[in-house]
Design a protein around this ligand. Structure first.
Ligand SMILES: NC(=O)c1ccc[n+]([C@@H]2O[C@H](COP(=O)([O-])OP(=O)(O)OC[C@H]3O[C@@H](n4cnc5c(N)ncnc54)[C@H](OP(=O)(O)O)[C@@H]3O)[C@@H](O)[C@H]2O)c1
Length: 152
């Protein structure tokens, strides 16, 4: 909401870091994100450390990200040339593009058992199958569950 997450869930932040940073310190994974998501990251935390950050924008000249691309296809091509595993980290418009792409093979989903007012959404993944639950718990009254989904 208003280019911020409507919740604060440390377990999700930690999982995001753990899942996206390559285990082998000699390797770097790639994170693709939309320009608004890039803007939502506090300056001191970006680019996200130990990962190659690619930002999709129609105005690359206005963006200070280490790597930019002007379309999802261009970002993916660059990602494959740069690094190891490739992750798409939102926001809504980029999830929408990635979700439709044949290379999208896995969803890392954190579900939170509460309704929030939102202005950006993840695509409908009801046809995907829950393959594994990584963790679940309750943080400050927020019940959550972190899972991996794969296509049916
Ligand atoms: N829960 C989560 O996992 C999660 C993760 C990330 C973000 N979020 C939330 O999602 C929200 C942001 O999502 P959003 O959909 O508003 O913005 P976004 O997807 O992060 O970024 C949108 C921007 O990406 C660029 N873009 C999008 N499609 C493009 C295309 N086809 N070609 C070229 N450039 C393109 C444009 O940048 P320009 O305007 O620069 O051209 C557009 O304004 C925030 O509230 C954020 O907190 C949630």
């Amino acid at each position: 909401m208003d280019n911020q997450l409507p919740w604060r869930l440390k377990a999700d932040m930690l999982w995001f870091k753990q899942a996206t940073i390559a285990q082998n310190p000699k390797q770097e994974n790639v994170i693709i994100m939309g320009r608004k998501t890039w803007d939502s990251i506090p300056e001191k935390f970006r680019p996200l450390a130990r990962r190659k950050n690619i930002v999709i924008t129609r105005s690359p000249e206005k963006c200070q990200a280490p790597y930019t691309a002007q379309s999802f296809e261009q970002a993916l091509k660059l990602a494959y040339s740069l690094g190891n595993e490739v992750f798409v980290a939102g926001g809504g418009s980029i999830y929408e593009l990635a979700f439709k792409h044949p290379d999208c093979k896995k969803l890392l989903i954190t579900e939170i058992d509460r309704n929030f007012q939102c202005d950006s959404f993840f695509p409908d993944y009801s046809l995907w199958k829950k393959y594994k639950t990584i963790a679940s718990g309750n943080e400050d009254g927020l019940a959550y569950s972190i899972s991996i989904y794969q296509p049916e």
